[in-house]
Design a protein. Structure first.
Length: 495
């Protein structure tokens, strides 16, 4: 069998230095790499085009190494971007490029560009040839002293790729210690795929730096309540809805994230829809950067992966607002304040990891959305107490200013009870203990405060916390509003 490797002239030196190693990943360590033919396809137009001009030619997928068996394409290898670029270095040394344009040796990688930028072209090339060829990826610069591979969003993308079905050949060269520490998990490099939708969303929540004024996306679920044989209520997701905004720099992030979500939802036999809707988000200075749609190359790649994106129009958005008002009216008519589906989705919208805040359990069936300021207490609170609470802690943002019911005391109670700021995820066991006031949280730093009368029980609880590794709830939970709810609970428990 004849093995032929093809690369383009703009990556001649860089890829020539690694292709033999790649061959061993496919054909084994004993494969005679010198028996393979290397073909350099010249796209320089008789040396008229410099390196960069060759790389951006739209009719070539230059960031690939293509492996043929008896002239049939069998393996496509997508390469990451690199600033340790032998071809650009050579061009500079020959005086063919200006020094300021040569980035050889730089270490200022951008999180969005290292692997993902332009990855849609690699996928498109694969879709054209998938009847004969597979696709894998290879990471450059793994031996260089940069923070590229320790960047949490980059390492997340490696897991996303494997989840949707594409291996990274040299993943064993990556140190995942920073990722594991941040996400409270131990990874198996032989299988980096996410095992469930919830575990994927949990890692995103841990890694993302949430800014309450600029949340780029949120997940909502349509759930069905069930009871186990002991009468314990649990929720099964019937449909996921992922709503997001699009900035030009986030297009490639969205591509992998949406594809990964679709893969995991399909694995769970759960419906999922994706909505691009800037109407949901507050932008301020970023207003002009928000796109009405994903770029055509991203959309085309998603289409080839059989994934559709719905564009939210202003008309649809207003209909959804009206629908929310009607839901509230129905609850008021029935004198019900607790809207559990709304409450759970508002906690999700806050973007905190869906796991027990005490012990770390992350099985959705075992998790409850727990109220900090209890429903019964808010329900029976006089109007003055509710208004004072909102005023003292400056919580007017929790009351929808666009609603015509914003001054209605029932609406205010409904808003406080079902606000994500008034909730945390707890497993059923720790939810029960929380409701019975065996422990609480400190409103300043989130430290867990024990109120056990029995020292043995207190010791057992403390050991659980120690095993999980945290004696406080995650900082991402402790917004200004959540601290206010915790402080209210502390006060009520004390009296």
């Amino acid at each position: 069998m004849e093995i032929k490797v093809k690369i383009y002239s703009c990556y001649k030196l860089t890829y020539s230095s690694i292709y033999k190693k790649i061959l061993k990943y496919y054909y084994g360590q004993n494969f005679n790499v010198n028996s393979a033919l290397l073909e350099i396809e010249d796209i320089s137009e008789n040396n008229k085009l410099n390196i960069q001009s060759q790389r951006i030619k739209t009719n070539y997928v230059t960031r690939t190494i293509r492996i043929y068996e008896n002239d049939v394409l069998k393996h496509i290898v997508g390469l990451s971007n690199t600033n340790y670029d032998l071809d650009k270095k050579k061009e500079f040394e020959l005086g063919l490029s200006k020094k300021e344009k040569s980035s050889y040796g730089a270490n200022d990688y951008h999180a969005n560009t290292y692997l993902k930028q332009g990855i849609n072209k690699i996928f498109d090339f694969y879709f054209k040839n998938k009847t004969t060829a597979d696709l894998s990826f290879y990471l450059l610069d793994t031996d260089k002293k940069t923070n590229t591979h320790n960047n949490l969003f980059n390492t997340l993308s490696y897991r996303e790729l494997e989840t949707i079905g594409f291996k990274i050949l040299n993943i064993d060269e990556i140190n995942f210690s920073s990722y594991e520490k941040q996400c409270h998990s131990k990874l198996n490099k032989s299988n980096l795929s996410f095992s469930s939708f919830n575990k994927y969303i949990k890692d995103i929540a841990y890694i993302s730096k949430k800014n309450s004024s600029n949340i780029p996306s949120f997940l909502q679920c349509e759930e069905k309540a069930n009871c186990d044989k002991n009468g314990n209520k649990f929720y099964m997701t019937e449909k996921y809805t992922y709503t997001f905004k699009s900035l030009s720099a986030q297009g490639y992030d969205s591509l992998l994230r949406i594809w990964c979500m679709k893969t995991l939802a399909d694995k769970e036999n759960t419906k999922i829809e994706f909505i691009l809707g800037k109407q949901y988000f507050a932008f301020e200075e970023e207003q002009q950067k928000i796109a009405d749609k994903l770029t055509n190359p991203i959309i085309q790649t998603l289409d080839k992966a059989n994934i559709q994106i719905e564009l939210l129009t202003n008309e649809t958005f207003m209909k959804e607002k009206a629908k929310a008002d009607n839901v509230f009216l129905n609850y008021r008519k029935e004198n019900k304040l607790r809207n559990q589906n709304l409450f759970r989705n508002n906690i999700r919208k806050k973007g905190i990891p869906m796991e027990c805040s005490v012990c770390g359990k992350d099985n959705p069936i075992l998790l409850d959305a727990a109220h900090i300021w209890e429903v019964n207490s808010i329900e029976h609170a006089p109007a003055k107490e509710i208004n004072d609470f909102i005023k003292i802690y400056d919580l007017n943002d929790l009351i929808d200013k666009s609603s015509k019911y914003k001054n209605d005391i029932f609406f205010k109670k409904y808003s406080l009870i079902n606000s994500g700021e008034n909730g945390i995820w707890l497993c059923k066991n720790h939810h029960k203990l929380f409701d019975e006031n065996y422990y609480c949280f400190d409103s300043k730093d989130g430290k867990i405060l024990l109120h056990f009368n029995d020292p043995t029980d207190a010791l057992g609880f403390a050991e659980e916390i120690e095993e999980y590794g945290d004696s406080e709830i995650q900082p991402s939970i402790l917004s200004k509003a959540t601290k206010a709810f915790i402080k209210k609970r502390q006060y009520l428990v004390a009296i």
